[in-house]
Design a protein around this ligand. Structure first.
Ligand SMILES: [Cu+2]
Length: 635
């Protein structure tokens, strides 16, 4: 869960950086395909990972609290299948796209031709990303879900091969008429493309219900999967590693060893994974068998596996040796067109010593900045780095990690983790209030984009991820209610278990706190200190009352013997109100920071940023409750 949470945060970081911090003149269409693939990878992560956090939340609460999501006939393994694969298929594209994008850029660079039909490739990537959220049940063809549903997923899965087919054609057409230079990165790029084509073709086989019924759970599937992910994704990353190695280290690797690695890699790969397609009748995940015909094929697969594995040692040896001893590399050994080839290798701190790069149709010029001119004058770069450095974020991560571990391991770890988390958050807030990062913020403002918009874009993207998180939980709720009628479980009628009056009262509390928060934002924008303070206090008090009311409600329900494990309706109620409550508590913690800052006069004119982005967050917490209230109390 923590890994997912950190991925979501870095996703927001990537997207804000790409959308708001591009160099002047770097239009979206001019971005390298690699960057474009990162946009789609990030969007996939932003939507798929939170959905998986929902699934994990239900699993953890089953294990730790005794809820019955996956142990009751209403939910069961089918609910897990749906939730896992809604994440699982987009996740495959998360693994694939970065390497796939590198392949496209390298095909273009090493054939000295612009990427063919880039304007079509990019929407195709977008289309494939969207479609990847509509195909999850192709992993569930054998679970007994309704036939018409299977057919729908069969169609969406086959549709997804259209955009990928177009991209592959565009990649191939990029090479046509180019003067191609087969250096190691290009070899791996071409290798990646050819392996991905095989993986794509066998994928179309799998999308057919009839063929999947035969191939399900066999080595055929293992072969297909590795041709796409290892062949298409990982091979592309290897290409990128060789390509950027001279940029990262300032030295050149041995081209001869690179080629030997490539040959061993391709021979090993194909010997390892291609024969798996011939084992379409051998079940996967078995280590022993008594069918003689499988023996020979497995023998060759094993040899291929060893060749493939050992071939990587050639690369590691080559790169480790060359990083120290290799010949000094030119700033731009490949004739690369992207900006990193215009700076020394390895790139200096702040990357562009000549100033901000300005891109136009005629090329790149460098506009000197205050940083580039006077940065050394009053603060050395090393000194600046230290100002930027803070020990609190890593402690926040450690605290959260130990606390989450403690959820399953027991109270001491939970308390220790929560303690560390609280101290670290306090320390971080204190440090921030002391203005330790004023330097960083000043730099941020000097960049020709407004800081506030970066922050609010970041917060909106975070909200986008939260929609997937709560959306998946609402999806689970829907699944449980629809399945209840099949299992004979009767969902409690409105008012039977939950007091509509209590829920309604809480709704009023939270909606009112939303209004006071809107007022707080308005006051902050005007720089009206008193109004801001009063409204922040009101928001905090209303939010805290909401939580008190909620706690009383939980206690009453427990006394009436309506506990975590009573039935799926109870499980759903506690988890939905629980994760929403956790969001309210996180909000109250942030409000404490804002209050301290407000009383120290930290929100002068033009400094309303953190109030504004908190307003977005609090609005989302309110909006979620507006959905939860009818779902849990009225329907
Ligand atoms: Cu899939």
């Amino acid at each position: 869960m923590l890994l997912m949470a950190s991925s979501i945060v870095s996703t927001v970081n990537f997207l804000v950086t790409i959308f708001r911090l591009r160099a002047p003149g770097m239009s979206l269409m001019r971005l390298p395909l690699f960057t474009w693939c990162w946009i789609f990878t990030s969007l996939l992560m932003l939507w798929a990972f939170p959905a998986f956090v929902s699934a994990l939340s239900l699993l953890v609460s089953d294990r730790a609290l005794g809820t019955v999501f996956f142990t009751s006939p209403e939910g069961g393994s089918l609910l897990w299948d749906h939730m896992f694969w809604f994440f699982g298929h987009p996740e495959v594209y998360v693994l694939l796209l970065p390497g796939f994008g590198i392949t496209g850029d390298l095909l273009s660079t090493f054939s000295r031709r612009p990427l063919y039909a880039k304007r079509i490739i990019i929407p195709c990537l977008g289309l494939a990303s969207i479609l990847s959220f509509t195909v999850w049940a192709h992993h569930m063809f054998m679970t007994g879900i309704s036939q018409s549903l299977l057919e729908a997923f069969n169609i969406t899965t086959e549709l997804i091969s259209i955009p990928f087919g177009i991209i592959v054609l565009a990649y191939i057409l990029t090479l046509r008429g180019g003067s191609i230079r087969f250096a190691t990165p290009m070899l791996f790029a071409v290798g990646s493309l050819s392996l991905f084509i095989i993986g794509g073709v066998t994928g179309v086989f799998n999308s057919s219900i009839a063929l999947d019924t035969a191939f399900r759970g066999t080595f055929w599937v293992v072969g297909h999967f590795h041709y796409t992910i290892v062949g298409g994704g990982l091979t592309g990353l290897f290409a990128g590693l060789y390509y950027w190695f001279p940029k990262m280290t300032g030295r050149m690797y041995s081209e001869r060893l690179g080629r030997i690695h490539f040959v061993a890699y391709m021979v090993g790969f194909n010997l390892l994974y291609f024969p798996m397609h011939l084992l379409y009748d051998m079940p996967r995940r078995v280590y022993t068998y008594d069918v003689a015909a499988w023996g020979t094929i497995n023998f060759w697969i094993t040899i291929g596996g060893f060749i493939f594995g050992i071939s990587q040692l050639i690369m590691f040896g080559n790169l480790l040796w060359s990083a120290r001893r290799g010949p000094v590399a030119d700033q731009d050994p490949w004739g690369g067109y992207s900006l990193e080839w215009g700076v020394p290798s390895p790139p200096p701190e702040f990357n562009f010593p000549g100033g901000v790069p300005v891109i136009s149709a005629s090329g790149v010029t460098y506009r000197p900045t205050a940083m580039a001119n006077g940065g050394h004058g009053h603060a050395g770069h090393g000194e600046y780095s230290e100002e930027h450095w803070s020990r609190w974020p890593i402690l926040v991560a450690a605290g959260a990690g130990i606390a989450l571990w403690g959820v399953l391991m027991g109270l001491p770890a939970l308390l220790l983790g929560t303690g560390i988390l609280a101290v670290a958050l306090g320390g971080w807030g204190h440090e921030s209030l002391r203005g330790r990062h004023d330097v960083a913020e000043a730099i941020g403002e000097r960049w020709p984009f407004e800081r506030l918009e970066n922050l609010s874009l970041g917060m909106w993207l975070f909200v986008f991820g939260e929609i997937a998180f709560f959306g998946a939980l609402f999806g689970a709720y829907l699944f449980l209610r629809m399945n209840s009628s099949l299992t004979g479980f009767v969902w409690p009628a409105p008012g039977e278990v939950h007091s509509i009056y209590l829920g309604g009262f809480n709704t009023i509390l939270l909606v009112t706190s939303g209004l006071t928060m809107v007022l707080a934002v308005t006051f902050a924008r005007r720089g009206a200190q008193l109004g801001l303070r009063v409204c922040l206090i009101a928001t905090f008090v209303l939010g805290a009352l909401f939580m008190v009311n909620k706690a009383l409600e939980w206690r009453e329900l427990f006394q009436a013997n309506f506990t975590f494990s009573t039935n799926v309706a109870a499980s759903m109620y506690y988890v939905l109100t629980g994760v929403h409550g956790a969001h309210v508590i996180a909000g109250l913690t942030a409000l404490l920071y804002l209050l301290v800052k407000a009383f120290r006069g930290g929100f002068g004119p033009g400094k309303s940023g953190s109030v504004e982005i908190f307003g977005i967050y609090w609005g989302m917490v309110d909006a979620v409750w507006v959905f939860l209230f009818p779902l849990l109390y009225l329907l």
